[in-house]
Design a protein around this ligand. Structure first.
Ligand code: NAG
Length: 509
C-alpha cells in the first residue's frame, strides 16, 4: 500500500508540474472573439460580482478592459477607478491581473478601452480638435500602454459629432485615429474602436472608409436599438427591421458599414449579453407587438445590475430557471428575438439561439468576428439550466441540404471527414455517403452564450463552405446543361441557399 501511495503521489506531482508550465489555447476557429470586461462588475452584489479570475480566456481572442477616461485639465488618458485598477495603496490591481492572463493564454490580446457612455463626448471633441492636443493625448497613451503592458487601445468615444460634440469631430476623429495608428505601428500595438450602430450616429460621426484603413478592428455596437425610451416594446438587438424603412437593425448596420467602404474582415459584430425590460401600460393587453405595444417610462431592474430597463443574461436566465416564476416564452420571428412575459412585465433579450443566428449572419457576410458587451453578464457562474435549442436553425437548414441532389456531387469535392473517423470537434461529416451534422455538446459548465458564439462560428463556417460548394456545382451544371441542349430554354435555378430559405419560410407559414 505504501508503495502504491508513493507512486500515486509521484504521478500527481509529475502531472502538477506539467500543468504548472502549461499554456492553454484559444478558440478553434480563426475569427476574432472580442470580450469586453466591465471593471465595475466587481461591485455587483452576491453572485453577480464578477472578478478577472472568473474569465474563461479560451473563449476569447481579445479582452478589452473597460474603461479609462480623459483627464479634462491635462487632455491625457487617466485611470478611472484607481482602487479597482491599480495596485498602489492596497488596490485590487485589475490592470495587472488581466494582463497576466496572457501568461497562461498566450493567444490573448489584452487592450484597454477609453470612453464609454458616462464619459460623454465634449472633452474628446476638444482633445481631437487640435494637432497639439491630439499629440499630447497620444504621448500619454503610449506611456500608459508601456507602463501597464497592454497590447493596445480601444476608442469608445460616444460619439464624435453627437451629444455635446460638433460636426468637425468627424474629420478630427479620423485625424486622431490616423495619428494613433502611425504611433502604434512601429511598436506593435493594436488600435480598435467601438462604433455606434444607429444610422444617425454612423452618418454624423464616422468617415467609415478612412477609419477602416487605420483601425485594426471595428467593434460594431449592434445593440441598444430599442428600449423603454421608445415608449413601446422593442428588441434590444433586432436582426432584421420591421420593414424596408426601418434602419434600426443588425443587418442594416452591417450592410451600411460594408457599403461605406469598411473591409469586411475588419468588422466585428457586437452581441449583447443583456436584454431590455418593459412594464406594459396595459398589463391585460392580449398580444405583444414590437414597435407598437405601449410601455411605461421606466422598465424594471435586475438584482445584480440594478439599472431600470436593463437585465444581464445571467439575471434573465435565473428568472427562466426559477420554477416558481410565471414567465411565458415567446419568439419574435421578424427580429429573431426571444422575449418573456409575466402579466405586465416583458423582457426582450438575446439567448443562445438568437446569438447563433447572428453568428451565422456575421460569417455569411465574411466579417472578421464577434464581440460581446459584456462577458460579465453571461452566466459565468453556470447557475442556469442550459438552453437546448441553440442550434435548431442549423438543424433545419441541414435537413434541406442533406436531400439536395447536388449534395452527392458536392460531398465528392468537399472531402469532409468520415463520421467514424472524425476529430472530436468536427460538426459536418459524411455518413454512408450522406451529409451528417453532429450538434455541439456543451464543454463548459458555465458561459453558455460565449460557448455558443464559438461553436456557432465553427458550424457557420463549415456550413458556408458546403453551401458555397453546392452553388459552384449548381452553376457548373447549368453551363454544361446549356451546352448539351442547345436551344432549350434553361430556367435559371434558384441557389441552394435561396431554396432552403424559401422552403423554410413555407414550412414556418
Ligand atoms: C422565483 O420566483 C418567485 C415568484 O416570482 C419569487 O418569489 C422568488 O423570489 C424567485 N426565486 C429566486 C431565487 O429568484
Amino acid at each position: 500500500m505504501a508503495g502504491n501511495k508513493s507512486l500515486f503521489f509521484f504521478i500527481v506531482c509529475a502531472m502538477a508540474s506539467v500543468l504548472d508550465g502549461q499554456t492553454l489555447g484559444g478558440p478553434m476557429h480563426d475569427k476574432a472573439v472580442v470580450c469586453y470586461v466591465a471593471s465595475w462588475a466587481a461591485y455587483r452584489p452576491g453572485s453577480g460580482a464578477f472578478v478577472i479570475e472568473d474569465l474563461e480566456p479560451s473563449l476569447c481572442t481579445h479582452l478589452v478592459y473597460s474603461f479609462t477616461g480623459l483627464d479634462t485639465e491635462k487632455g491625457t488618458i487617466k485611470v478611472l477607478d484607481p482602487w479597482q485598477d491599480l495596485e498602489k495603496d492596497y488596490g485590487k490591481g485589475g490592470y495587472k491581473r488581466i494582463v497576466n492572463m496572457k501568461k497562461r493564454y498566450p493567444h490573448l490580446k489584452v487592450t484597454i478601452a477609453i470612453g464609454g457612455w458616462n464619459e460623454g463626448s465634449l472633452k474628446y471633441s476638444k482633445m481631437a480638435s487640435e494637432r497639439e492636443s491630439r499629440q499630447k493625448f497620444i504621448d500619454s497613451v503610449l506611456a500608459f500602454l508601456e507602463q501597464y503592458q497592454f497590447d493596445g487601445l480601444d476608442l469608445d468615444w460616444e460619439y464624435p459629432a453627437r451629444r455635446d460634440g460638433k460636426p468637425e469631430d468627424k474629420a478630427n476623429y479620423v485625424a486622431l485615429v490616423k495619428e494613433l495608428s502611425d504611433a502604434f505601428k512601429p511598436r506593435g500595438y493594436i488600435l480598435t474602436a467601438a462604433l455606434g450602430a444607429g444610422k444617425d450616429t454612423m452618418d454624423a460621426a464616422y468617415d467609415l472608409a478612412k477609419l477602416s484603413r487605420y483601425l485594426t478592428l471595428i467593434h460594431m455596437m449592434c445593440y441598444d436599438y430599442h428600449g423603454t425610451w421608445d415608449g413601446v416594446v422593442g428588441a434590444n438587438a433586432p436582426l432584421r427591421g420591421t420593414d424596408d424603412e426601418d434602419v434600426l437593425s443588425v443587418e442594416f448596420t452591417i450592410k451600411y458599414m460594408l457599403e461605406h467602404g469598411v473591409s469586411p474582415y475588419k468588422l466585428v459584430l457586437g452581441l449583447p449579453m443583456y436584454g431590455r425590460t418593459f412594464i406594459l401600460k396595459d398589463p391585460k393587453v392580449r398580444d405583444i407587438e414590437f414597435g407598437r405595444t405601449p410601455v411605461m417610462a421606466a422598465g424594471f431592474k435586475g438584482p445584480y445590475t440594478g439599472e431600470a430597463g436593463f437585465m444581464g443574461y445571467n439575471e434573465i436566465c435565473h428568472e427562466i430557471s426559477n420554477k416558481s416564476a410565471k414567465w411565458t416564452h415567446h419568439w419574435h420571428e421578424q427580429s429573431s428575438t426571444p422575449y418573456l412575459r409575466d402579466g405586465g412585465r416583458i423582457i426582450t433579450y438575446d439567448n443562445a439561439r438568437s446569438i447563433a443566428i447572428k453568428v451565422k449572419t456575421a460569417i455569411d457576410y465574411g466579417l472578421g468576428g464577434l464581440m460581446v458587451w459584456s462577458i460579465d453578464t453571461d452566466d459565468f457562474k453556470g447557475f442556469c439550466d442550459k438552453e437546448t435549442d441553440a442550434y435548431v436553425d442549423f438543424m433545419e437548414r441541414y435537413k434541406y441540404m442533406v436531400d439536395d441532389p447536388v449534395m452527392t456531387e458536392a460531398l465528392q469535392s468537399l472531402n469532409l471527414p468520415d463520421v467514424n473517423r472524425i476529430s472530436k470537434r468536427t460538426a459536418y461529416t459524411v455518413n454512408n455517403g450522406k451529409l451528417n451534422l453532429r450538434l455541439p455538446e456543451p464543454q463548459y459548465s458555465n458561459y453558455p452564450l460565449m460557448e455558443t458564439i464559438n461553436e456557432a462560428t465553427v458550424l457557420a463556417m463549415e456550413e458556408k463552405r458546403i453551401l458555397d460548394e453546392m452553388d459552384i456545382i449548381t452553376k457548373q451544371n447549368e453551363i454544361s446543361d446549356d451546352k448539351d441542349e442547345p436551344g432549350s430554354s434553361s430556367i435559371p435555378r434558384c441557389s441552394t441557399l435561396a431554396v432552403a430559405f424559401c422552403a423554410l419560410l413555407v414550412f414556418r407559414l
